[in-house]
Design a protein around this ligand. Sequence first.
Ligand SMILES: CC(C)(COP(=O)(O)OP(=O)(O)OC[C@H]1O[C@@H](n2cnc3c(N)ncnc32)[C@H](O)[C@@H]1OP(=O)(O)O)[C@@H](O)C(=O)NCCC(=O)NCCS
Length: 179
Amino acid sequence: MVFLSGCDDMSTQEDMGIPGPVEIREMTADDLNEVLAIEHASFSAPWTEDHFREEMAVPFCHDLVAYCGGKLSGYMSFAIVHDEVHIRNIAVRRDVRRCGIASTLMGEMLSITARHRVRLAILEVRVSNVAAARLYEKFDFSVRGVRQAYYTRPVEDALILCADLFENAGTFSRGDSPL
Ligand SMILES: CC(C)(COP(=O)(O)OP(=O)(O)OC[C@H]1O[C@@H](n2cnc3c(N)ncnc32)[C@H](O)[C@@H]1OP(=O)(O)O)[C@@H](O)C(=O)NCCC(=O)NCCS
Protein backbone atom coordinates (compact mmCIF):
# COMPACT_ATOMS: atom_id res chain seq x y z
CA MET A 1 0.00 0.00 0.00
CA VAL A 2 1.39 3.38 -0.97
CA PHE A 3 0.21 6.58 0.64
CA LEU A 4 1.37 10.13 0.24
CA SER A 5 2.54 11.48 3.55
CA GLY A 6 2.00 15.01 4.76
CA CYS A 7 5.23 15.86 2.87
CA ASP A 8 3.70 15.31 -0.56
CA ASP A 9 5.00 18.61 -1.85
CA MET A 10 8.18 17.57 -3.70
CA SER A 11 10.19 20.71 -2.94
CA THR A 12 9.45 20.24 0.77
CA GLN A 13 10.40 16.58 0.52
CA GLU A 14 13.69 17.45 -1.14
CA ASP A 15 14.41 20.15 1.44
CA MET A 16 13.83 17.61 4.21
CA GLY A 17 15.58 14.76 2.44
CA ILE A 18 12.36 12.81 2.03
CA PRO A 19 12.32 11.28 -1.41
CA GLY A 20 8.72 10.20 -1.95
CA PRO A 21 5.50 8.60 -0.84
CA VAL A 22 5.09 6.43 2.23
CA GLU A 23 4.50 2.72 1.73
CA ILE A 24 2.97 0.71 4.57
CA ARG A 25 3.71 -3.01 4.87
CA GLU A 26 3.42 -5.74 7.48
CA MET A 27 6.61 -5.95 9.55
CA THR A 28 8.78 -9.03 8.91
CA ALA A 29 11.88 -10.42 10.59
CA ASP A 30 13.95 -8.80 7.82
CA ASP A 31 12.88 -5.37 9.10
CA LEU A 32 14.07 -5.94 12.64
CA ASN A 33 17.59 -4.45 12.42
CA GLU A 34 16.21 -1.12 11.20
CA VAL A 35 13.21 -1.25 13.54
CA LEU A 36 15.51 -1.85 16.52
CA ALA A 37 17.76 1.05 15.49
CA ILE A 38 14.74 3.41 15.52
CA GLU A 39 13.43 1.84 18.74
CA HIS A 40 16.75 2.43 20.55
CA ALA A 41 16.98 5.98 19.22
CA SER A 42 13.42 6.72 20.34
CA PHE A 43 12.90 5.17 23.78
CA SER A 44 14.82 5.06 27.06
CA ALA A 45 13.38 1.59 27.76
CA PRO A 46 13.26 0.07 24.25
CA TRP A 47 11.57 -3.16 23.24
CA THR A 48 14.01 -5.99 22.60
CA GLU A 49 14.34 -8.08 19.45
CA ASP A 50 12.59 -10.95 21.26
CA HIS A 51 9.76 -8.62 22.16
CA PHE A 52 9.21 -7.71 18.50
CA ARG A 53 9.51 -11.36 17.41
CA GLU A 54 6.96 -12.48 20.03
CA GLU A 55 4.67 -9.65 18.98
CA MET A 56 4.81 -10.69 15.32
CA ALA A 57 3.94 -14.29 16.26
CA VAL A 58 0.68 -13.34 18.00
CA PRO A 59 -2.31 -13.48 15.62
CA PHE A 60 -4.20 -10.56 17.16
CA CYS A 61 -1.12 -8.29 17.13
CA HIS A 62 -0.48 -6.16 14.07
CA ASP A 63 2.95 -4.74 13.29
CA LEU A 64 3.32 -2.30 10.41
CA VAL A 65 6.38 -0.64 8.91
CA ALA A 66 6.46 2.58 6.89
CA TYR A 67 8.94 2.82 4.03
CA CYS A 68 9.83 6.17 2.51
CA GLY A 69 12.36 6.53 -0.30
CA GLY A 70 13.17 2.84 0.05
CA LYS A 71 14.16 3.27 3.70
CA LEU A 72 12.34 1.97 6.74
CA SER A 73 11.18 5.21 8.34
CA GLY A 74 8.78 4.18 11.08
CA TYR A 75 6.69 1.41 12.54
CA MET A 76 3.65 0.76 14.67
CA SER A 77 2.35 -2.14 16.77
CA PHE A 78 -1.20 -2.61 17.95
CA ALA A 79 -3.35 -5.41 19.31
CA ILE A 80 -7.01 -5.97 18.43
CA VAL A 81 -9.03 -7.82 21.06
CA HIS A 82 -12.77 -8.04 20.42
CA ASP A 83 -13.91 -4.49 19.73
CA GLU A 84 -10.87 -2.74 21.22
CA VAL A 85 -7.48 -1.83 19.82
CA HIS A 86 -4.53 -1.20 22.11
CA ILE A 87 -1.80 0.86 20.47
CA ARG A 88 1.37 -0.59 21.89
CA ASN A 89 4.19 1.11 20.03
CA ILE A 90 4.84 3.73 17.37
CA ALA A 91 8.06 5.47 16.38
CA VAL A 92 9.50 7.34 13.43
CA ARG A 93 13.15 7.85 12.42
CA ARG A 94 14.36 11.17 13.80
CA ASP A 95 15.41 12.60 10.44
CA VAL A 96 11.95 12.15 8.92
CA ARG A 97 9.77 13.18 11.85
CA ARG A 98 7.04 15.79 11.44
CA CYS A 99 6.35 14.72 7.85
CA GLY A 100 3.16 12.75 8.43
CA ILE A 101 4.67 9.26 8.68
CA ALA A 102 3.14 8.49 12.09
CA SER A 103 -0.16 9.92 10.84
CA THR A 104 0.00 7.61 7.81
CA LEU A 105 0.60 4.62 10.11
CA MET A 106 -2.32 5.73 12.31
CA GLY A 107 -4.50 6.01 9.18
CA GLU A 108 -3.65 2.44 8.15
CA MET A 109 -4.31 1.22 11.69
CA LEU A 110 -7.76 2.84 11.52
CA SER A 111 -8.42 1.19 8.16
CA ILE A 112 -7.59 -2.23 9.66
CA THR A 113 -9.60 -1.63 12.84
CA ALA A 114 -12.61 -0.50 10.77
CA ARG A 115 -12.57 -3.89 9.01
CA HIS A 116 -12.63 -5.55 12.45
CA ARG A 117 -15.45 -3.26 13.62
CA VAL A 118 -13.31 -2.02 16.48
CA ARG A 119 -15.16 0.42 18.71
CA LEU A 120 -12.51 1.77 21.11
CA ALA A 121 -8.82 2.65 20.79
CA ILE A 122 -6.69 2.90 23.91
CA LEU A 123 -3.03 3.69 24.58
CA GLU A 124 -0.67 4.96 27.23
CA VAL A 125 1.74 7.85 26.78
CA ARG A 126 4.32 9.40 29.08
CA VAL A 127 2.99 12.61 30.57
CA SER A 128 6.09 14.42 29.23
CA ASN A 129 5.68 13.15 25.64
CA VAL A 130 4.20 16.24 24.04
CA ALA A 131 4.89 15.16 20.42
CA ALA A 132 2.99 11.88 20.84
CA ALA A 133 0.16 13.51 22.79
CA ARG A 134 -0.31 16.08 19.99
CA LEU A 135 -0.31 13.31 17.38
CA TYR A 136 -3.02 11.40 19.27
CA GLU A 137 -5.06 14.57 19.84
CA LYS A 138 -5.22 14.98 16.06
CA PHE A 139 -6.87 11.56 15.93
CA ASP A 140 -9.42 12.59 18.59
CA PHE A 141 -7.88 10.73 21.51
CA SER A 142 -8.65 12.27 24.89
CA VAL A 143 -7.35 11.69 28.40
CA ARG A 144 -9.37 9.16 30.39
CA GLY A 145 -7.03 8.54 33.34
CA VAL A 146 -3.53 8.21 34.71
CA ARG A 147 -1.47 5.12 35.49
CA GLN A 148 0.91 6.14 38.24
CA ALA A 149 4.60 5.24 37.83
CA TYR A 150 3.70 3.15 34.76
CA TYR A 151 7.03 3.77 33.02
CA THR A 152 10.60 3.12 34.11
CA ARG A 153 13.89 4.75 33.05
CA PRO A 154 12.81 7.31 34.19
CA VAL A 155 9.85 6.43 36.36
CA GLU A 156 6.93 8.46 35.09
CA ASP A 157 3.14 8.42 35.06
CA ALA A 158 1.24 7.44 31.92
CA LEU A 159 -1.78 9.23 30.57
CA ILE A 160 -4.45 6.80 29.41
CA LEU A 161 -5.85 8.08 26.11
CA CYS A 162 -8.94 6.71 24.39
CA ALA A 163 -10.79 7.37 21.15
CA ASP A 164 -14.28 6.24 20.17
CA LEU A 165 -13.72 4.90 16.66
CA PHE A 166 -17.40 4.50 15.73
CA GLU A 167 -17.87 8.18 16.51
CA ASN A 168 -14.99 8.97 14.13
CA ALA A 169 -16.04 6.47 11.44
CA GLY A 170 -15.88 8.13 8.05
CA THR A 171 -13.66 10.93 9.32
CA PHE A 172 -10.37 9.08 8.93
CA SER A 173 -10.09 6.20 6.50
CA ARG A 174 -7.33 4.31 4.72
CA GLY A 175 -4.21 6.43 4.58
CA ASP A 176 -6.07 9.57 5.53
CA SER A 177 -4.81 11.76 8.26
CA PRO A 178 -6.47 14.72 9.86
CA LEU A 179 -3.48 16.89 8.92
C1 LIG B 1 5.48 10.76 18.22
C2 LIG B 1 6.07 10.42 16.83
C3 LIG B 1 5.77 8.94 16.53
C4 LIG B 1 5.39 11.31 15.79
O1 LIG B 1 5.83 10.90 14.49
P1 LIG B 1 5.80 11.89 13.24
O2 LIG B 1 5.91 11.07 12.00
O3 LIG B 1 6.79 12.96 13.44
O4 LIG B 1 4.33 12.49 13.36
P2 LIG B 1 3.52 13.27 12.23
O5 LIG B 1 4.48 13.95 11.30
O6 LIG B 1 2.50 12.37 11.64
O7 LIG B 1 2.83 14.42 13.09
C5 LIG B 1 1.42 14.54 13.25
C6 LIG B 1 1.12 15.61 14.27
O8 LIG B 1 1.62 15.24 15.56
C7 LIG B 1 2.05 16.41 16.26
N1 LIG B 1 3.49 16.37 16.48
C8 LIG B 1 4.39 15.51 15.97
N2 LIG B 1 5.61 15.79 16.44
C9 LIG B 1 5.48 16.87 17.25
C10 LIG B 1 6.38 17.62 18.03
N3 LIG B 1 7.70 17.33 18.07
N4 LIG B 1 5.90 18.64 18.78
C11 LIG B 1 4.58 18.96 18.77
N5 LIG B 1 3.67 18.27 18.03
C12 LIG B 1 4.13 17.25 17.28
C13 LIG B 1 1.69 17.59 15.37
O9 LIG B 1 0.38 17.99 15.68
C14 LIG B 1 1.77 16.95 13.99
O10 LIG B 1 1.06 17.66 13.02
P3 LIG B 1 1.76 18.97 12.33
O11 LIG B 1 3.16 18.57 11.96
O12 LIG B 1 0.88 19.24 11.17
O13 LIG B 1 1.73 20.03 13.38
C15 LIG B 1 7.60 10.70 16.77
O14 LIG B 1 7.86 11.98 17.31
C16 LIG B 1 8.44 9.68 17.50
O15 LIG B 1 8.85 8.67 16.92
N6 LIG B 1 8.70 9.90 18.81
C17 LIG B 1 9.50 8.97 19.62
C18 LIG B 1 8.72 7.71 19.92
C19 LIG B 1 7.45 8.02 20.70
O16 LIG B 1 7.41 8.86 21.57
N7 LIG B 1 6.38 7.25 20.38
C20 LIG B 1 5.09 7.41 21.02
C21 LIG B 1 5.02 6.54 22.24
S1 LIG B 1 3.45 6.71 23.05
